[in-house]
Write a protein of this length. Structure first.
Length: 192
């Protein structure tokens, strides 16, 4: 008489259990063997370096992108100011165009109109906007403009200097570790 396998649960369960045990034993042997342990140790040693590399790429990429944005904004603002736009208008336009990086919250714009008098570039007018609490790196109104003496060619020549400051916050935990190697404040200057 014919009997189905389902009626013989003991024989089937024993063979299934044996297969499972052999499979589990094979996995345990593979994990415990020297080769697998070596691979695990190598991975454990290399993984922190790969993590630091990935975080470094993200952090420095973010800083590079922000610096590029600041440079473009500075050139755009100086170009508009050189065409005769009021300094307040230029600063407002700069903050509006820098909204994607939060320029009004994390930075500021200092626009200066400089005129050459007695062969010395002198700051005639200056406007400051944004939340940055620092000062202009070229000086204050009625002072000689620092670092612009090579541009002073003709008496009465006038040009515009746009300085952008941005307090860069860390995007990853890596910058907290490597704080000495990255600047806190990014700076860009354009002269037209």
């Amino acid at each position: 008489m014919w009997k189905s396998r389902s009626l013989r649960p003991c024989a089937m369960s024993r063979s299934m259990n044996n297969r499972r045990l052999r499979g589990a034993a094979r996995i345990v042997r593979r994990i415990v063997s020297d080769q697998s342990g070596q691979e695990l140790a190598e991975t454990a040693m290399v993984l922190p370096f790969l993590l630091v590399l990935a975080l470094g790429i993200v952090e420095f990429g973010s800083m590079f992108s922000t610096t590029h944005t600041l440079t473009s904004l500075g050139r755009e603002g100086a170009n508009i100011a050189a065409r005769g736009a009021p300094l307040d208008t230029v600063n407002a336009l700069m903050l509006e165009n820098g909204a994607d990086i939060g320029l009004s919250t994390f930075g500021g714009v200092i626009t200066s109109r400089v005129t050459v008098t007695d062969t010395v570039p002198t700051i005639m007018a200056q406007r400051v906007t944004g939340s940055y609490a620092g000062h202009s790196r070229i000086g204050n109104v009625t002072e000689a403009a620092v670092g612009l003496s090579t541009l002073a060619t003709d008496e009465g020549a006038s040009f515009v200097v746009v300085e952008i400051f941005y307090v860069h916050g860390p995007r990853t935990p890596l910058q907290r570790i490597l704080a000495a190697s990255t600047p806190d404040t990014l700076y860009s200057r354009a002269v037209f």
